[in-house]
Ligand binder design. Structure first.
Ligand SMILES: C[S@@+](CC[C@H](N)C(=O)[O-])C[C@H]1O[C@@H](n2cnc3c(N)ncnc32)[C@H](O)[C@@H]1O
Length: 310
């Protein structure tokens, strides 16, 4: 992934040359996902004093939204992307948010504080393609017994409405020729996340109960105007991979066709498309833990604001 979503390949991040373009794309993604963020913090039932972990926090929008709701509590955002974490820390400073901090941590293997959090949140960050089982067990371990999990994930990337419209625009231009398959990184994560039964099964195995998988009614805000929205869509990673298979003339025709399709979705609020996401909530099952867990929990809760690993 190379548009600011993953840890290693933010264009120009190393020397700062791509910083402005990349940072504006981060802001744009946060506008796109604003309804999801709101839905997530509501689903997590955050309250004063909660200790919250945002898994795969990226540039920190969800962590900051949570921090506004937990008052005397605190939020830790964890990610493996140093450039995104730097943006997150700067945003926290700008917002004067003293109850949030960001950590460079691979959530699959990092020694997260056992039972150190009341809530784990994640906006599209629970994918862990390498080893989901180990990662989710690690996340479960850092939630106190009875603690809450709330995350968003995609139905599957190919059915995202912006990609459906893009493929439709490409089909218009190619006529009889087949539309190339979407190729490149699939940010939607492992297949089990795309299906409610798969999500439920995986969460049960990781020690969660009361699992609810809700088909989100949230929309993605794609831009102010159809033209602006088309430019944004065409700059997204899966779109770029698809466009690379076309000639410059075909690419230009795709843009025109896509703008026309997006025009039908424009309103006073801008261009909005269906998100195609699940909002998942669950409770960390209490029976999985021994009696010494309560003592561990209270020790770690008092330390959690200042200490990251056990
Ligand atoms: C799809 S992005 C979502 C970012 C953010 N939650 C948002 O909605 O803007 C997934 C994020 O997970 C992070 N990530 C991937 N693998 C990770 C890991 N093993 N541990 C922690 N973060 C990880 C990536 O760096 C990326 O920022």
């Amino acid at each position: 992934m190379d548009d600011g979503w993953s840890g290693t390949a933010v264009p120009g991040a190393a020397d700062g040359s791509g910083g402005a373009a990349w940072a504006s794309r981060v802001d744009r993604h946060d506008l796109m996902f604003a309804e999801i963020t709101e839905e997530l913090v509501v689903a997590a039932r955050l309250g004063d004093g909660d200790l919250v972990l945002d898994v795969g926090c990226g540039a920190g929008a969800t962590a900051l939204a949570a921090a506004r709701r937990v008052g005397s509590g605190s939020v830790v955002g964890a990610d493996i992307s140093a450039p995104l974490l730097a943006v997150a820390a700067e945003r926290a400073r700008d917002a004067g948010a003293a109850n949030v901090r960001f950590e460079n941590a691979d959530v699959q293997v990092h020694r997260l504080p056992a039972a150190g959090f009341d809530v784990v949140l994640s906006r599209f960050g629970m994918t862990f393609p390498e080893d989901p089982g180990r990662a989710w067990a690690n996340v479960a371990r850092t939630l106190r017994p009875g603690g809450r999990l709330a995350f968003s994930c995609f139905h599957d990337l190919a059915s995202s409405e912006y990609l459906v419209l893009l493929r439709s625009a490409v089909a218009t231009v190619l006529g009889d020729r087949d539309v190339p398959e979407l190729d490149g990184p699939d940010e939607s994560g492992p297949a089990f996340l795309a299906e409610p039964d798969g999500i439920r099964g995986f969460l049960a195995a990781a020690g969660f109960a009361d699992v609810e998988v809700v088909d989100s009614a949230a929309t993605f805000w794609m831009g102010h105007e159809p033209d602006d929205a088309a430019e944004f869509v065409l700059g997204m990673v899966p779109a770029r991979a698809l466009l690379e298979t076309l000639t410059p003339g075909e690419r230009s025709a795709v843009r025109t066709a896509l703008t026309a399709l997006l025009s039908s979705r424009a309103s006073a609020d801008g261009v909005r498309l269906g998100a195609g996401t699940w909002t998942v909530t669950a409770r960390h099952a209490e029976h999985d833990h021994g009696s010494d867990f309560v003592a561990t929990t209270s020790r770690l809760r008092s330390a959690a604001a200042g200490r990251w690993t056990t």
